[in-house]
Design a protein around this ligand. Structure first.
Ligand SMILES: Cc1cc2nc3c(=O)[nH]c(=O)nc-3n(C[C@H](O)[C@H](O)[C@H](O)COP(=O)(O)OP(=O)(O)OC[C@H]3O[C@@H](n4cnc5c(N)ncnc54)[C@H](O)[C@@H]3O)c2cc1C
Length: 382
């Protein structure tokens, strides 16, 4: 029997929507199955914006992937007629010996990225919104900013549909199998066949890929929006994307400027990157819990007291953390017709545009020229 589809994508979220878009653009017959709505407000791109940066001390091979990702975000913006990538610059703040500032500096120097260094006095002149401990310095990266993540995923979904992809919401995949001739995917009411399967199930990956043998830790992350007493001080012309790590074990906070048209949510957005609480994707409390507001407000009180205004809204989102914090992007070790991308560990959205291409390469050619070797499953072999 001929395959009904060339490729089935399980999970049409950040990576899955980008893969569906790229595969259908290349002429593949694609079926995308999404358990929630399309787009799904409970997926990990929710909350309007995601930070994007080129300086990546975490591994040098992220930088070439990011250069590709930046280009493709621009292209997607041109296709959908909206600027999805906003370059506001990003400011990394902390003690000079801390990994945040020293790592950003190492990466900026190694990859020749436009940046400037600022001592404490200089920070106070350029960004008076912050009140920082005396020992803090800053690195400002020019080609960093934010992506309109919800709009970007919607653009991928619409683009894929217009290129002929068959995308279906409210279709939870219950199980799949693969052999030499193809793959079979089952939902509650239907069974589908294809030549290749791409699994991009985000925080639900453990359920779809139970045999992977790599523990993925799901954490509950709270995003908050406040209304500062002087909102005009927090627009992107004066206030960039920022990250602060006091290097004192108290955690890493980050935030965004107020967006001119409310596209980033109304107000000043900020969040705690870590520490966070382990949870489960199906049972997580998505409403407000005692302590959520304090978690957000802590950064305002300590570092941006001029922004400390009333809370407007908050949102819960999930990180899917791999054991080493690096993504997992590979072919399935036992099934050559199955590829997967998961474990984006709270920093993956900015890569979605290039991951769409990587996953399309793996599904159609079995390999990619992009440097993804460091993201392979074999690193967990002991
Ligand atoms: C609060 C927060 C802040 C973040 N900040 C940043 C940032 O500033 N910069 C950055 O680059 N990254 C950031 N990230 C990380 C980034 O957003 C995620 O890494 C990325 O969205 C993960 O994409 P994904 O495709 O793996 O998962 P998702 O986008 O969640 O997509 C997975 C999809 O699979 C679907 N699915 C799962 N199981 C099934 C099934 N059985 N059948 C059908 N469908 C299924 C889900 O419903 C979901 O829609 C942040 C994440 C969070 C939560």
């Amino acid at each position: 029997m001929a395959d009904a589809f060339d490729v089935i994508v399980v999970g049409v979220g950040s990576m899955g929507a980008a893969a569906c878009h790229e595969l259908s653009r290349r002429g593949a017959r694609v079926l995308g199955l999404e358990q929630g709505s399309l787009p799904n407000p409970n997926a990990s791109f929710a909350g309007a914006t995601r930070a994007i940066r080129l300086s990546y001390a975490e591994h040098p091979d992220y930088v070439p992937l990011l250069r590709g990702a930046y280009e493709r975000w621009e292209t997607l913006g041109e296709e959908c007629g909206r600027r999805l990538l906003q370059l506001t610059g990003a400011l990394y703040l902390g003690p000079p010996e801390g990994e945040l500032v020293s790592g950003a500096r190492r990466s900026a120097e190694e990859h020749n990225l436009a940046h400037s260094l600022h001592d404490h006095a200089d920070l106070a002149i350029n960004w008076p919104q912050f009140q920082l401990p005396e020992n803090f310095v800053g690195l400002h990266e020019t080609r960093a900013g934010y992506l309109l993540s919800e709009q970007a995923v919607a653009a991928y979904i619409e683009g894929a549909l217009r290129s002929g992809a068959d995308l279906r919401g409210h279709q939870a995949v219950q199980n799949w199998s693969a052999d030499e001739s193809g793959v079979t995917v089952k939902t509650e009411n239907a069974e589908f066949h294809a030549g290749h399967l791409v699994i991009t199930a985000g925080a639900w990956t453990g359920q779809v890929l139970s045999d992977l043998g790599v523990p993925l830790k799901i954490t509950r992350q709270v995003l908050g929006w406040v209304w500062p007493p002087a909102p005009e001080d927090f627009t992107a012309d004066k206030f960039p994307v920022w990250v602060v790590d006091g290097n004192d074990g108290a955690g890493v906070h980050y935030g965004f400027p107020i967006t001119p048209d409310g596209s980033g949510g109304v107000g000043l957005k900020l969040a705690l990157h870590w520490p966070s609480t382990e949870t489960n994707a199906d049972t997580v409390e998505r409403g407000a819990l005692a302590g959520d507001e304090d978690e957000i407000r802590d950064a305002l009180r300590r570092f941006i007291p001029t922004g400390d205004g009333p809370l407007l809204s908050q949102r819960v989102c999930l990180y899917t953390n791999s054991p080493d914090g690096h993504f997992i992007v590979d072919r399935h070790p036992e099934h050559s017709r199955v590829s997967l991308a998961c474990g984006f560990s709270g920093h993956g959205f900015k890569f979605a545009s290039i991951m769409g291409e990587v996953l399309a390469d793996l599904a159609t050619a079995g390999k990619t020229d992009w440097p993804i070797g460091f993201l392979g499953l074999s690193r967990f072999d002991s």
